[in-house]
Design a protein around this ligand. Structure first.
Ligand SMILES: Nc1nc2c(ncn2[C@@H]2O[C@H](COP(=O)(O)OP(=O)(O)OP(=O)(O)O)[C@@H](O)[C@H]2O)c(=O)[nH]1
Ligand SMILES: [Mg+2]
Length: 248
């Protein structure tokens, strides 16, 4: 009996210490959980803040129809018009500007694709009009408001150089003072034309003196580690050309 009682007491003591230990553990656990919840809450708030910031700084919009030309007005603002034949890499470029890389699959732009960047004093709206044949007739309508024209070219698609050249020269002829940034994209592809050859192939020497122009090689394919640096160089060049247009 005594053995049983002792065993009972020992059991009760164990249960008691176990209970105390549980309470302490539970208290510690609650404290830890509260701390963890606080950290999580702070992280969520920070993430929310960050999201809002990104939302505020970069807005991306795609639509099947281009914005009405009447809404465009006539004054040159901070719009950068991004044109080029279908498949050249215009959407990939804008995706890099908006997110820093080309992570998602891009699909052909059926109408327009706009990305607005607002950072401190800087506000730029990049407007891409799709490059399919049926959309090319709309291109000239958007030149009036553009401060800079970015023409993206698939530098490895030699067969379409003549078409790209005609399309580009038609645009330049209707806007004799519009600065041009020509992007020789897809430099990663074997045999892609370099910037010097492209200058010749696109007959840029024959473009009037009124045009400030720059040619830059880029590679913007999905997953490329160089895409970010390429897009960054293009972005800086565009900014420079925008500023040069302001100073006039
Ligand atoms: N290899 C390679 N592929 C690229 C590069 N840039 C874009 N592409 C690919 O080329 C295809 C067309 O790219 P888009 O960015 O949709 O071309 P786009 O000029 O917007 O074409 P449209 O909207 O049809 O006028 C996609 O499959 C891209 O992943 C590049 O530098 N290298
Ligand atoms: Mg596109």
């Amino acid at each position: 009996m005594a053995g049983l009682r002792e065993a009972g007491l020992a059991g009760a003591a164990l249960a008691l210490t176990g209970g105390v230990a549980y309470v302490i553990w539970n208290l510690r656990d609650t404290k830890k959980r509260q701390e963890a919840e606080k950290v999580m809450l702070e992280q969520n708030l920070n993430a929310e803040k960050q999201e809002k910031l990104v939302e505020k700084e970069i807005r991306s919009e795609t639509a099947r129809e281009a914005p009405a030309v009447s809404q465009q007005g006539q004054a040159r603002g901070s719009q950068v018009l991004v044109l080029g034949l279908d498949g050249a890499g215009k959407t990939s470029l804008l995706q890099c500007f908006a997110t820093g890389s080309v992570e998602q699959e891009v699909s052909p732009t059926q109408g327009f694709h706009a990305v607005s960047i607002n950072r401190e004093e800087l506000h730029i709206e990049f407007l891409e009009i799709g490059g399919e044949e049926k959309l090319r007739d709309y291109w000239p309508m958007y030149l009036k408001k553009a401060r800079v024209l970015v023409f993206v070219l698939d530098a490895a698609d030699f067969t379409r150089f003549p078409l790209a050249k005609t399309s580009l020269h038609r645009l330049l002829a209707s806007e004799p003072y519009l600065p041009l940034v020509l992007l020789a994209n897809k430099q990663d592809l074997p045999g892609a034309c370099g910037v010097t050859e492209l200058y010749e192939s696109m007959a840029l020497g024959s473009v009037g003196d009124g045009h400030k122009l720059s040619v830059l090689g880029t590679q913007l394919w999905k997953g490329s580690s160089d895409a970010h640096a390429s897009a960054q160089d293009a972005y800086e060049l565009i900014l420079e050309m925008m500023n040069s247009n302001c100073e006039e």
